[in-house]
Design a protein around this ligand. Structure first.
Ligand code: AHR
Length: 349
């Protein structure tokens, strides 16, 4: 991966990529550092940038508060951050919050105490961050949000938010389904496995999906419950769905891991995943792509976890006093079973 330190180049490239990475196109499985698309939002000049610009070659200490290890996506994300830090010569302090907000808050407070140069984190849920983010701001430590957003009204509490557009991911999933059933004359019963309650990807993927299926009254979500982004929970909730509903046509899972757990439940119930029940999921990790290549998942919306190089470069730029965009959107692709089969041999994660 070649890095660019030039924000201008990133913005120009981003604009081009925004145009070229339209929905439905396959992603090239690359790290999004050079593909990131900056939104129209203004650069974060009001953000709590470091008090004095650090010399370009100064060793940076970054505290990273990870969500947990709930999915294949998360493992790939953690690997990307750890290896990019090593490659960039960033001293990384890493913590795993085991999907608990209080653990992430503790970790952030400990990074503030340790006076790290920058704090980065992927917030497990959207709400409840203002107090600790204010503490970081008061200590003069800039914060970068990766992967997931916070709902803080005061956007000066963080410098930038980098990651996928989850609403768009939900829209891509819904648009594919709406197209598949555009000629339906009977009701299509959909069950939904939501991600972690209160998390940005769960909220947004649900909203985007609903928006796209709203135009067809036959597309009915008959049950929707959280599977917490894990395989075990996905299986458990799908078992309950199957017990309660005799006629399920479609499963929409907010990530591959829950879809994979659900596939186990569907097969145990004597049904054929991908045939008796059509399955759509989000992520595109190797196990999900394998299931898609086997025809067990019909459609995957990609969510790129390889945020490490972009994070390190952005931290360096910011600490060197350069302006960084307030929102950096990383582009995602989509995969049918056929496309998954083709892409699988070169899949990095
Ligand atoms: O925030 C990204 C989501 O978190 C991924 O889609 C999911 O697999 C993970 O747990």
């Amino acid at each position: 991966m070649k890095r660019t330190g030039k924000l201008g180049a990133l913005l120009v490239l981003s604009a081009i990529l925004l145009v070229t990475s339209a929905c439905g196109k396959n992603n090239n499985n690359a790290e999004p550092s050079k593909q990131a698309a900056a939104s129209s939002a203004a650069p974060s000049s009001e953000a709590p940038a470091s008090e004095a610009a650090a010399p370009a070659d100064q060793q940076i200490t970054m505290g990273f508060a990870q969500v947990g290890a709930e999915s294949g996506w998360r493992t790939a994300n953690t690997d990307s951050i750890q290896s990019a830090a090593k490659e960039a010569g960033v001293d990384l302090k890493f913590s795993d919050a085991q999907q608990k907000q209080e653990n992430q808050i503790k970790a952030i407070r400990s990074y503030i105490q340790q006076k790290v140069d920058v704090i980065a984190f992927s917030p497990v849920v959207e709400s409840g961050w203002d107090t600790v983010l204010k503490e970081a701001k008061d200590a003069g430590i800039p914060v970068i949000l990766t992967d997931r957003a916070v709902d803080s009204k005061d956007t000066s509490l963080y410098v930038t938010f980098m990651g996928s557009d989850f609403v768009e991911e939900g829209r891509m999933a819904g648009a594919w389904l709406a197209e598949q059933y555009k000629d339906a004359t009977e009701d299509v019963n959909i069950v939904e496995l939501q991600g972690t309650t209160g998390s940005a990807p769960a909220n947004d993927r649900k909203a985007g999906f609903e928006e796209k299926i709203a135009g067809n009254a036959h597309l009915k979500v008959i049950a929707s419950q959280t599977g917490d982004f894990t395989r075990a929970k996905g299986k458990e909730v799908m078992q309950a769905f199957l017990k309660a509903n005799k006629d399920i046509d479609v499963l929409y899972a907010h990530n591959d891991d829950m879809a994979l757990g659900a596939i186990q439940a569907i097969e145990a119930a004597g049904l054929k995943p991908g045939v008796d029940i059509k399955i759509i999921s989000v992520d595109g990790v190797k196990d999900g792509m394998t299931a898609a290549a086997e025809g067990k998942i019909n459609y995957i919306v990609e969510c790129n976890p390889l945020l490490g190089p972009l994070l390190m470069q952005t931290a360096k730029d910011m600490l060197a006093g350069k302006e960084v965009p307030k929102r950096i959107v990383t582009p995602d692709g989509t995969f049918t079973s056929e496309q998954a089969k083709e892409a699988l041999p070169n899949r990095k994660y």
